[in-house]
Design a binder for this molecule. Structure first.
Ligand SMILES: C[S@@+](CC[C@H](N)C(=O)[O-])C[C@H]1O[C@@H](n2cnc3c(N)ncnc32)[C@H](O)[C@@H]1O
Length: 260
């Protein structure tokens, strides 16, 4: 078990990145708080994916890498009692303001989703949308999510599809194309740096390795989605175009259940 007081280099690096870029995420956060649940780059409605229980009355939820907190707001509107943890104080400042404006109670914790200061079995539902899902080490945060859940509790997470990670140019902000730039086998830590000087560390695994990790840790896979753009287009959104995402999956969603 890693020491929560000793943050890994990538957590400190990503903290700088997110504290600096938080102002760029305020308006999308505000939109998220106003709208019904829609997922990922292509804003796919919840009615198509079914990632959330309709009724979460009395459920205790944790969002791992909650950012501006709109996912936790959606859970609260379904009846959950949400907790969110995030590595960036600047992101949490936006979440705190929006929670007050929308009169929604969320317990917000500044910390690393790989070592959450909550007891074993504290939650019925865990979720991450581009939080721990891509920024934390899966070999640490997946067992941590398992520890935090009660038996039968669900973990849902959405992030980059490994194929998109494979095709990402790590030295530019160019959109993904059909070039395979990283190795599939052994994919894990992905360090990138962009021409504007920003640097970050993300994580992803080959699909088979995700499966093996879930099984080793004690999760059953309930569902898996590879998200596709509903239509084509050449506009670049988050390092991809809709044209690319008509042919290839940009995002993956895993729905898991802790073995009882
Ligand atoms: C793209 S945002 C999350 C989007 C989120 N759904 C929202 O409402 O804004 C990614 C978030 O992950 C957080 N993050 C990155 N590494 C983390 C870690 N190790 N533990 C917790 N949060 C982390 C960042 O600080 C950032 O706020």
């Amino acid at each position: 078990m890693p020491d929560p007081n000793e943050l890994p280099d990538y957590v400190l690096r990503n903290r700088v990145l997110w504290d600096t870029s938080a102002p760029d995420w305020v308006s999308s956060g505000e939109r998220g708080w106003r709208q019904e649940p829609r997922w990922g780059i292509w804003q796919i409605p919840e009615s198509e994916l079914g990632l959330l229980p309709d009724d979460m009355s009395g459920m205790r939820s944790i969002e791992l890498g909650c950012g501006t907190g709109y996912v936790s707001c959606w859970l609260a509107r379904r009846g959950a009692r949400p907790v969110g943890i995030d590595n960036s104080e600047a992101q949490l400042a936006t979440a705190t303001r929006l929670a007050a404006e929308h009169e929604i109670e969320i317990e917000l914790i500044h910390g690393n989703a790989e070592t959450v200061p909550k007891a074993d079995g504290s939650f019925d539902f865990a979720i991450s949308e581009y939080g721990a899902a891509i920024w934390a080490d899966p070999y640490l945060w997946i067992p941590e999510a398992w520890r935090l859940l009660v038996p039968g509790g669900e973990l849902v997470f959405l992030g980059n599809h490994p194929l998109a990670s494979l095709c990402q140019d790590l030295q530019s902000d160019a959109p993904v194309d059909r070039t395979l730039r990283q190795a599939w086998f052994g994919m894990h830590r992905i360090d990138w740096s962009e021409p504007d000087g920003s640097t970050g560390t993300e994580f992803n695994l080959p699909t088979g390795e995700w499966w093996r990790l879930f099984d080793r840790v004690g999760f059953d896979v309930v569902d898996y989605h590879e998200l596709r753009s509903p239509q084509g287009g050449s506009e670049v959104k988050f390092y991809t175009t809709a044209d690319w995402a008509r042919s290839y999956p940009t995002e993956q969603v895993w729905k898991l259940r802790k073995r009882g």
